[in-house]
Write a protein that binds this ligand. Sequence first.
Ligand code: AMP
Ligand code: GLY
Length: 442
Amino acid sequence: MKQSLLVKLFERSEGNVKVLVVGSGGREHALAWKLLQSDTVRQVICVPGNGGTARLAGCQNLPLSVDDFEEIAQAAQTADLVVVGPEVPLAEGIVDHLRSKNIPAFGPTKAGAQIEASKSWAKALMQAARVPTAKGATFTNLEAAKAYIQDQGAPIVIKANGLAAGKGVTVATTVEQALAAVAAAQGKFGAAGNQVLIEECLTGPEVSVLAITDGLTIRPLLPAQDHKRIGEGDTGENTGGMGAYAPVPLVTANQMAQIQQEILEPVLKALRSQQIDYRGVLYAGLMFTPAGPKVIEFNCRFGDPETQAILPLLETPLDSLLLACVEQRLAEFPAIAWKPGASACVVMAAAGYPGAYAKGEEITGIDQAEQLANVAVFQAGTQLQEQKLLTEGGRVLGVTAWGEDFDQALAQAYAAIDCIEFNGSYYRRDIGYRVRLGTTTP
Ligand code: AMP
Ligand code: GLY
């Protein structure tokens, strides 16, 4: 046993690590890109990947479904590490399957993924761990939910219980809106909406703190801020995320220490007390309320597009960090090292997103954009067809740049966008506006 571990470590130092990344978004392109910058990584396989990972040197796409755990396990037989990007396979138990075959996988088990997949479970866990969060109650009965809303008044927040691709939340400003949202949630979200969580409405800037853990030790990455709304000035419909930046100047070192002590560590302890061996990302979606940081939600995976903004600043080899989690060695692992400066990711989306949008538009100019210094164009909804790169999803590209400060990073990201074209492309011109205002208050 010991000897085979030594052989593995030796192979690693020779630059032989092979990683399989599950997913097909901008987040997975960024993970593959960062992994391949490590001296020890020889090869990345993306399942199924996208147009960006198809063209990345050292990376190969494997066209399997992310739900086909057995096929993925077969493909991962010779992998040193599997990194699972999206929440759906995690919630369905991909890591349980891989672990049962002794395949080292970074990501929580099905039990751990409930922290994202069931908002009512997560709320109960937070309450048990005494973590600061919005006051909330879970309902399965429409009439009881309506009575609660009448009693609490507006503003109030209605959340479908299960995974709803970021679309299960209504922040209702009137009681009528809240009543309409619970009525709709009963039918609209299928199994995900059979339970609703009704929550106190919090106010304040939102910050994403992604932390990595081996189940015993937990360490935050740089804090990041997403831009969830489609319109400039944070207006219009919610989306998967229209851009992100890292770090967040608003968040002080003291606040990060407070988040570590009052949120991350108690939650990890609560997971352990339920015999959940959580080795992956614990992503805290926080609101900086006048009473301090409170949790809005937890996700069980890397954020998208936060990951695209965070990873360019990471100095520590990503494979060694993730392997330290999988092998439960995070306590002995050196402090995570970061480049100084700032990073920003601006999402280019297809016209119509987050509603119906066209596919199959040809994308040009990515090579020119990537010739600019400190730029990476992470592809999300793209497909490579006969050497042509075509749009394939709503969020198409995450155009990312980094520099000595936010002015540099943002100017470079928008300069890169100016090189890129596809029919109907849409992007927000105000990513990072809160940093520029010198405040992150909405
Ligand atoms: P989620 O799907 O949980 O990320 O929620 C989507 C968005 O709804 C969040 O990014 C917040 O802007 C908003 N939201 C969720 N919960 C609350 C809350 N308790 N108070 C105010 N806004 C919230
Ligand atoms: N950026 C939001 C998310 O990953 O859920």
